[in-house]
Design a protein around this ligand. Structure first.
Ligand code: DC
Length: 227
């Protein structure tokens, strides 16, 4: 069984890299952020405040989240309906960061994530994969980049998805809020595992980041000395 963990803040390039690794090595890619986004979407749709721990704990008890793969792309379903696109709005991003603070929500998501890692070879991206979800992962990477660059990447992505009224400063503010919220929570915060390799992707093309990571995997280098 091969498990690869990729953590880091929003816009660091995790999903681009994880998708490429999944394609090249031929293993599945699990975007764990999509799961927290789906919980947030359900809360928003049912009028539950995304910071309300008690109501969120009740909401995740019987939530039905399913992951499927079509042409190697992850599709996500909430209570039977596909929500792959609907979870990509700014409201859902902030909501996901809020619901992710709540231990009952995390326990439920982590249970699903570990179940997938037990039954399949997987490259998983998120915030706590190397530190909490898969502490024994074969390979761990922590990607980061400057706030400006991450905001620019996310802004360009939203424009290319055809989202209207995208404002760069707002995107940057939202990312800064999530950085703080995700890193300061008590339970499984965003942090680099001591044995993860840190790669600052500021000004580096995805191809180069991918080369560094594939090199490590091909040479079976599991130590995480910082680059
Ligand atoms: O990766 P993303 O931007 O789609 O994640 C959305 C939010 O979900 C992020 O701000 C924090 C939370 N999250 C988390 O707490 N743990 C994970 N493993 C993945 C995401």
């Amino acid at each position: 069984m091969i498990n690869i963990a990729i953590d880091g803040p929003a816009g660091a390039g995790k999903s681009t890299i994880a998708k490429a690794i999944s394609r090249i090595i031929g293993i599945i890619y699990l975007d764990t952020g999509a799961m927290y986004r789906t919980v947030a979407l359900k809360a928003i749709r049912t009028g539950v405040d995304t910071r309300d721990g008690e109501r969120l704990a009740a909401l995740v008890k019987d939530i039905d989240i399913k992951i499927e793969y079509k042409d190697n792309e992850q599709r996500i379903f909430l209570d039977g309906d596909e929500v792959t696109e609907s979870i990509r709005t700014p409201d859902v991003s902030i909501g996901a960061s809020n619901v992710a603070v709540i231990p009952a929500v995390r326990m439920k998501m982590v249970e699903l994530q570990r179940e997938i890692a037990r039954s399949s070879d997987v490259v998983m991206d998120g915030r706590d994969i190397g530190t909490y979800v898969l502490p024994d992962a074969n390979f761990k990477f922590f990607l980061t980049a400057s706030l400006d660059e991450r905001a620019k990447r996310r802004y360009d992505e939203m424009i290319s998805r055809g989202m209207p009224d995208v404002d760069y400063e707002e995107v940057k503010r939202d990312i800064a809020f999530r950085d703080k919220n995700d890193s300061s929570r008590a339970f499984a915060p965003l942090s680099k595992a001591p044995d993860a390799l840190m790669i600052d992707t500021t000004g580096i093309e995805p191809q180069e980041v991918l080369r560094i990571i594939l090199d490590k995997i091909e040479n079976n280098e599991t130590d995480g000395a910082d680059k």
